[in-house]
Design a protein around this ligand. Structure first.
Ligand code: FAD
Length: 450
């Protein structure tokens, strides 16, 4: 019989284990808790939710994370099954009673004849056998060091400093223009790679005031601030002096506003393409610890971004993750050591649902590998496929930051209205297409009864 070893029994590891065990594979989960703690987990349960008790929107027709729920349910996912069981009222969101939820994930796995749990910290990367590394954002220091040794120091991050990401279609191009600073680059595409938003002196001063006044989140105890010297939050830069941003990420030099070439901007906010499709743009150098509500209000003061819609807001968190676009193949195997598959937040997805989803995929891919089956690539048109395509190739490796699932990661639909007015129809189109394609992908692997 075949054995699959999984390091970490969190969202991703639990789901991977369930998928493989149900396909008849022997699974060993290696979990360091409760022997070794993290600063955020409180129990020794598998599938513990470390912070909020919500799996976010459950709307599988208009919301990308809701679609991910649907896809996981269609695949017999454990996390969704137990979430349904312990659901508590939360409007359109799927929120759960957290302790019974994690207890039932633990109980289901422990009761499964193909699963065993070994409570130990893994400190080295195993060289033999097939493994899934699903140790999450709080991967233990020893293992993180081992991963760093294998992948190179540059390829493993301990913090993410996220600049907000905006849907291109929500940016006002009557105000913003495309140009790289000093028109740098060989090709026209490179010379116009950035999107620029100009500010007058008054607008800049008002922006700085709002930034200083905005509500910020603090680092949690044990999260150790002071790591982020190279990527100061914009509000910290503003605190250091009102002109600091104008000499930093907002410097107005080397740029000419194509809508108004005569007027020199006092400051310029630059956005850079964030994905190959060109549907998402990140605000360059704008990592921030402003609270989400404040962030939207402040950033919408930037001319051209008045109606900006955010694919994700900025933040700075303790988060161990690898540079997946350079390190992993399309089946999430480490290129330099293919007996290791990575899954969950450590691959650079963000969120409980996304982490569990990547665990589900990794589990199924491992099953195929152990049983000598070749799987088709996960369709890019599904929420699962959009995420895995993003982390293993679609994202820019140089600026790779953890990502939530969102419709900006999906290939555009043909014949559907663009812009805000067609949004409802477009999202329905994305989700209809995804459901068909996901079912087709799943049907390759016939699951024997558990
Ligand atoms: P985890 O669920 O953390 O599972 C990893 C497991 O690996 C853990 O059980 C850990 O004990 C174990 N482990 C680590 N190292 C080793 C080792 N060397 N040997 C053996 N076992 C090991 N997402 C949301 O959607 N909503 C939130 O509110 C939210 N809040 C967060 C708050 C914090 C403080 C953090 C750090 C993250 C938060 N996240 C949140 C992000 C993320 O979605 C969750 O952390 C999610 O649990 C990630 O799933 P995972 O399976 O990748 O990792």
């Amino acid at each position: 019989t075949h054995t699959l070893n999984i390091i970490g029994g969190g969202m991703a590891g639990s789901e991977a284990a369930w998928q493989a065990a149900n396909a008849g594979i022997n699974v060993v989960i290696h979990e360091m808790r409760p022997k070794v703690a993290t600063f955020a987990h409180r129990t020794g349960n598998l599938g513990e939710m470390v912070c909020s008790n919500s799996f976010r929107s459950d709307d599988s027709e208009q919301n990308a994370v809701g679609l991910l729920h649907w896809e996981m349910r269609a695949a017999g996912g454990l996390i969704m099954e137990m979430a349904n069981k312990h659901k508590i009222p939360a409007g359109g969101a799927l929120a759960v009673d957290r302790d019974p939820f994690a207890e039932s994930v633990t109980a289901a796995l422990k009761a499964h004849p193909n699963v065993s749990v070994s409570y130990e910290e893994i400190t080295e990367l195993p060289t033999d056998g097939l493994w899934i590394v699903a140790t999450g954002p709080l991967t233990s220091g020893n293992l993180a060091t081992a991963i760093q040794k294998q992948t190179g120091a540059e390829a493993l991050a301990f913090f993410d400093a996220i600049a907000p990401i905006i849907y291109h279609e929500s940016i006002n191009m009557d105000v913003a223009w495309m140009q790289s600073r000093y028109d740098k680059g060989e090709t026209v595409e490179e010379q116009t790679a950035y999107l620029n938003c100009p500010m007058t002196k008054d607008q800049y001063e008002a922006f700085i005031d709002a930034l200083l006044a905005a509500e910020k989140t603090e680092f949690k105890e044990g999260e150790t601030a002071g790591y982020f010297d190279g990527c100061l939050p914009i509000e910290v830069m503003a605190e250091r002096g009102r002109e600091t941003l104008r000499w930093g990420p907002m410097k107005p030099v080397g740029l000419t506003n194509s809508h108004d070439p005569e007027t020199k901007a006092h400051a310029v906010v630059q956005l850079r393409r964030d994905n190959a499709l060109g549907t998402l743009y990140n605000i360059v150098g704008f990592q921030t610890k402003m609270k989400y509500g404040a962030q939207k209000t402040v950033l919408q003061m930037i001319p051209g971004l008045e109606d900006a819609e955010f694919a994700r807001l900025g933040g700075i968190h303790r988060n161990t993750f690898i540079n997946s676009p350079t390190l992993l193949d399309h089946e999430m195997r480490l290129r330099s050591q293919p007996n290791l598959r990575f899954a969950g937040q450590i691959t650079g997805v963000e969120g409980y649902v996304e982490s569990a989803a990547m665990g589900l995929l990794a589990g199924r891919m491992a099953v195929a590998e152990l049983t000598g089956q070749t799987l088709d690539p996960v369709p890019h048109t599904t929420a699962m496929g959009a995420l895995v395509t993003h982390i293993t190739g679609g994202a820019d490796a140089k600026t790779f930051q953890p990502m939530n699932v969102n419709f900006g990661l999906f290939p555009p639909l043909e014949g559907v209205k663009s812009g805000r007015r067609g949004r409802k129809e477009r999202y329905k189109g994305y989700t209809d297409r995804a459901k068909i394609d996901w079912q087709a992908w799943l049907s390759q692997q016939e699951q024997p009864a558990a």
